[in-house]
Design a protein around this ligand. Sequence first.
Ligand SMILES: C[S@@+](CC[C@H](N)C(=O)[O-])C[C@H]1O[C@@H](n2cnc3c(N)ncnc32)[C@H](O)[C@@H]1O
Length: 294
Amino acid sequence: MTNHKFIATPSRTKEILKKYHFSFKKSLGQNFLIDSNILSNIIRQAGIDKESGVIEIGPGIGALTEHLAIHSQKVFAFEIDQRLIPVLEDTLAPYDNVEVVHEDILKANVRDMIATHFHPEQPVHLVANLPYYITTPILMKLLRDQLPIDSFTVMIQKEVAERMAAKPNTKSYGSLTLAVQYYTEAEVVMQVPKRVFMPQPNVDSSILRLVRRTKAPVNVVDEDFFFTLIQASFAQRRKTLRNNLSNHFKDKLTKEEVGLILQQSGIDGGRRGESLTMEEFALLANTFITSSKA
Ligand SMILES: C[S@@+](CC[C@H](N)C(=O)[O-])C[C@H]1O[C@@H](n2cnc3c(N)ncnc32)[C@H](O)[C@@H]1O
């Protein structure tokens, strides 16, 4: 690799874009990485090695894909933009362990792909510089589907990363935090400056690492209801639990009944959703289920 010129340099990226007359589509969240140091960092954070099966979303012109190919056993990369397919055939030609799939990740059958192409015992990691316009739908779909993916190391918008990794009693803590942390342990591992992208995005970026939990962190009687209750508790952030929940259940329960259930759970209805831990939300949801037909 001594004379190897990585794709992720400003000059090589410009050369490739020019050769293919490529124009960026903002609507597809196309901000390509042009800094190989950042990519080496992402690889380190992702904890991949020659045993790893890797899934990438949105390879672009292959900047991250190339690093993934060098360090893992096999890479599957889903790219929605047809114009990039011939570019990737060219830029990734030196690597025989990469398969580019022309597909929208939201429509792809990732479970089948993993079962068909990776060994059952093989660690599977998802690594991506995600298109920012659909970060949350992509991650939530992959997490809810409970796919056998051990970890997710993703470049995303800084504020969204902070929300996903937030602690209770902070501005960023909310229903997204609890949904992500129900399935994974979440940590913001790095801040990334705008200058490492071409074109530069309008927002700041961070690298978020999610490690899939093998067991749910709390016992909930009804998962759907647990998440509904969380959503309802944050409906109006400045309102108390009692007010948000009474409003949400107004067709089924009186205000007094909601107050009674809160009392039974031992959680003060005067608190706000942002102060409750996941354990407290689980307790509250289970109390609702056992003491009402909510
Ligand atoms: C932020 S760029 C990252 C490009 C490249 N990985 C890099 O780091 O330079 C996002 C990529 O995701 C692709 N993309 C956008 N929406 C997608 C979707 N629904 N499914 C698959 N790829 C998508 C875009 O075309 C683009 O190549």
